[in-house]
Design a protein around this ligand. Structure first.
Ligand code: KG4
Ligand code: ZN
Length: 348
């Protein structure tokens, strides 16, 4: 069994074309080409635009990753690729490319789950993940709490958003505040100048009656509507909208709920490690609040550096490396791209 496999990872599930190379838990290359600017004027990712951009970017990004890592395709032990969940057309580009490279170079291929890869990427920064761990996954498409007993075998979902994803809420609130897409980074920046306690926005699914059924679930659509109503009332009254205060108070509401539910999950399951992943894990307030609150309960928080939180190829390579080291069998060469791949499936 290989303990330090050299694995190449390909990510094309949304708007980032990522190719990463890792050896064991060591990051060797993380090449990225983003089509985010092409989507900005639409205020959201346009699937057809994303697919075309992946097609143009995949070969040069692959070459750049190999060059950066100082290896050739022949040196690689296995190729991992995001098989789902994500945009169907976008996934297909990465899966087809991975199959082509795997076939040409006679390498094993691993079709992996994008969300499990968001968890695995932390191993590149903090080493092997202690198991069991609780994972809080917060991205543009997903918000989930998971119990990770064995990342190679599968994860147990504890809860998820019942409406908008956390990142989606950031994107929508940014839009109504006139901030650019994607909304997470500009809200994060604007919030630094504001007071997070200046406006009390609702904390979804935290009332006792909701907790009975939705202990570890999230809801952000009511929060988004509350922000919209608050901003509209200001505008109707002809008063200026205090963007920094609204951004900070909205961000506080999101981070408050995410950290409290994650800590409750750790305490209920007797788990001492919390790992946070996905694009929203790049949020500075979420990182600070998680540190502060977890410290009180003796929970260790692991959050990878912001560049590894948003979509990239290194996270796919990291999960691939974990699977190879665990002796998991590779996927078949006819593996499908599955836009609705369930969280419980780590590799196909
Ligand atoms: O994981 P990711 O790159 O793509 C998906 O799999 O969805 O996450 C993208 C999401 C976007 O909604 C973006 O607004 C959000 O992550 N995001 C942030 C920050 N950076 C990115 N949200 C809050 N604060 C940030 N600093
Ligand atoms: Zn993602």
């Amino acid at each position: 069994m290989m303990t330090e496999p050299l694995v190449l990872g390909i990510e094309t599930s949304c708007d980032e074309t990522g190719v990463g190379v890792v050896r064991g838990h060591t990051l060797l290359a993380d090449a990225l080409a983003s089509s985010v600017d092409e989507h900005a004027r639409f205020g959201g990712v346009v699937p057809e635009v994303a697919s075309r951009a992946h097609l143009e970017a995949i070969v040069p990004t692959m070459q750049r990753a190999l060059d950066d890592a100082g290896v050739t395709l022949a040196d690689i032990d296995a190729i991992a690729v995001t098989a789902g969940p994500g945009l169907a057309g976008a996934l297909l580009v990465g899966v087809a490319a991975a199959k082509g490279y795997a076939l040409a170079a006679e390498k094993p291929i691993y079709g992996v789950n994008h969300l499990a890869a968001h968890v695995a990427v932390d191993t590149l920064e903090h080493g092997p993940l202690p198991e069991p761990a609780i994972a809080l996954l917060v991205s543009g498409g997903h918000s989930s709490l998971l119990l990770v007993d064995d990342l190679a075998a599968g994860v147990t979902p504890l809860g998820a958003t019942i409406d908008d994803a956390a990142g989606e809420a950031f994107d929508k609130v940014a839009r109504l505040l006139g901030l650019p897409f994607p909304g997470g980074p500009p809200i994060d920046r604007a919030a630094r100048e504001g007071d997070g306690e200046s406006i009390v926005f609702p904390r979804g699914l935290t009332a006792p009656k909701d907790l009975a059924r939705h202990r570890f679930d999230f809801s952000f659509s009511g929060l988004k509507t509350a922000v919209a109503r608050w901003v509209e009332a200001r505008e109707r009254a002809g008063e200026p909208v205090p963007v920094a205060h609204v951004a900070a108070s909205f961000q506080e509401a999101v981070c408050d709920v995410l950290t409290n539910k994650a800590i409750d999950a750790c305490r209920e399951r007797g788990v001492e490690t919390l790992v946070i992943g996905g694009g929203v894990a790049a949020n500075s307030r979420l990182r600070a609040l998680a540190e502060e609150r977890c410290a009180k309960y003796g929970i260790t928080v692991r959050v990878p550096r912001p560049k590894l939180c948003t979509d990239n190829g290194a996270m796919v390579a990291a999960l691939g490396s974990h699977l190879v080291a665990a002796g998991v069998a590779p996927s078949r060469l006819n593996l499908p791209a599955d836009s609705a791949m369930p969280l419980t499936v780590v590799s196909v």
